[in-house]
Design a protein around this ligand. Structure first.
Ligand code: NAD
Length: 396
């Protein structure tokens, strides 16, 4: 079989950047769970949510169906946003509204903190919360830089508290179906992946979301990291899971075309190439000015191809001419994505976090998985700014 001889290939222009010493690490492939109506923990865990913006609105809707977690308090520097989120809560106590993170962290009854602020605040709030004795669920990206991730990992080690990163696709039935196909359907090693986020403009917030004097962080590069952090982080984390190897080198072009409704200095287009320790290559493209054009995420493996698009997970088997044909080649498959029952991963990630707090699971995805994604995000910024290939070890 071709994949038996598969070894790290030479990438033109990327030789000499071997990722020696970077160990492969296993990611659990979890079976898709049907959302349960029965509480799966020994008690309810009390959560304080920091950052009551757009993402928090979505998360509160999800948490309304998660019996294992009670939304006990909300925190935001813009008071009316806390009120909006509190009004959405359908179960449990009336949440307390707290303007300062420090005051939230002093609430002894809170078991955990959910961090839903801009990306540049993830590091400081995560560390403060861990040091206040709280478990933390933090939105993606884990932080802006690998150095920040290392600081956070240090705090997890010091405090013994749990940290789970909000890459919700790790809990989505659809992505579990994808990983299952690649792991268990004779496709062999992933050679190359071709992944895209070509979308219309990022959401333009309503006037009261960012009153005069407050910045819309998403449009500012040093607060958001730009398009690869904002959109790319999702599929890049999925690819890290699928490929199950460490990124070793990154090249990228990205910048600001500014064909959008608001003036920005955060990147709005990017191309990123990643080489993994096991030889797999990822090609990511993202922009915020695609009005209708479509591209499908594709994983090219030794024995076939997996593609997600048009509501279907397509598996096509084949080998190049000259490679001995398998005698029993599996049938091609088109699996409707709707058959991956229910779970988007949004509420499942919180059920999982609650089970972790209950000692029944480990946080997933954990801080090391969060950092692996940030290695690619930050590496892509360095590569684009410095016009050179970045060895991941340079990032610290
Ligand atoms: N996983 C996903 O699918 C997904 C989707 C969207 C956004 N996100 C992530 O969620 C996070 C928030 O994104 P958003 O779209 O909700 O942004 P947003 O700007 O709508 O909300 C952020 C909120 O944080 C508040 N805030 C700012 N500084 C604060 C402070 N010091 N203390 C308390 N609150 C403070 C702001 O007032 C605002 O209400 C980002 O990290 C983003 O990357 C994830």
């Amino acid at each position: 079989m071709a994949d038996k001889n598969f070894s790290r290939r030479n990438f033109i222009g990327l030789t000499g950047l071997a990722g020696a010493g970077l160990a492969l690490s296993g990611n659990p492939l979890m079976a898709a769970e049907a959302p349960s109506t029965v509480m799966q923990t020994s008690r309810k865990f009390k959560m304080g949510l920091v950052g009551c913006g757009n993402r928090c609105r979505q998360i509160v809707d999800e948490l309304n169906s998660v019996q294992e977690i009670e939304m006990t308090a909300f925190c935001d520097v813009i008071p009316h946003k806390m009120k909006l989120r509190a009004d959405q809560v359908k179960t449990g106590v009336t949440p307390r509204l707290v303007e300062k993170v420090d005051d939230l962290l002093k609430m002894p009854e809170l078991d955990c903190i959910a961090i839903l602020t801009a990306n540049d605040l993830h590091r400081d709030i995560t560390i403060a919360a861990l040091e206040a004795g709280k478990h933390v669920w933090c939105e993606k990206p884990m932080a802006l830089t690998v150095a920040e991730c290392n600081d956070i990992i240090g705090a997890v080690g010091r405090t013994g508290k749990l940290l789970q990163i909000g890459h919700q696709r790790r809990h989505s039935a659809r992505e579990k179906g994808l990983v299952d196909a690649i792991r268990n359907k004779s496709l062999g090693q992933v050679l190359q992946s071709s992944l895209f986020d070509y979308r219309g403009d990022w959401r333009v917030p309503a006037a009261d979301e960012f009153p005069p004097g407050t910045t819309y962080w998403r449009l500012i590069q040093k607060l958001s990291g730009g398009v690869v952090y904002e959109m790319g982080a999702h599929i890049i984390d999925v690819n890290n899971w699928v490929v199950d190897s460490e990124p070793v080198s990154i090249s990228s072009l990205q910048g600001v075309n500014n064909f959008t409704l608001r003036k920005r200095d955060s990147s709005d287009y990017a191309g990123v190439l990643v080489e993994y320790a096991n030889g797999s290559m990822m090609n990511y493209g993202g922009n915020v000015y695609s009005y209708g054009a479509r591209a499908y995420d594709t994983w090219f493996c030794v024995n076939g191809t997996v593609q997600i698009g048009e509501g279907t997970l397509s598996i096509r088997y084949g080998l190049p001419p000259g490679v001995p044909t398998q005698t029993t080649r599996p049938e091609n498959e088109d699996i409707p994505l709707r058959s991956f029952q229910g779970a988007s991963g949004e509420s499942e990630q919180f059920r999982h976090f609650a089970k972790a707090m209950d000692g029944k699971e480990k946080p997933y995805p954990d801080a090391f998985m969060g950092r692996r994604c940030v290695q690619i995000l930050e590496g892509s910024l360095w590569a684009a700014a410095q016009r050179r290939v970045i060895d991941v070890r340079e990032l610290g």
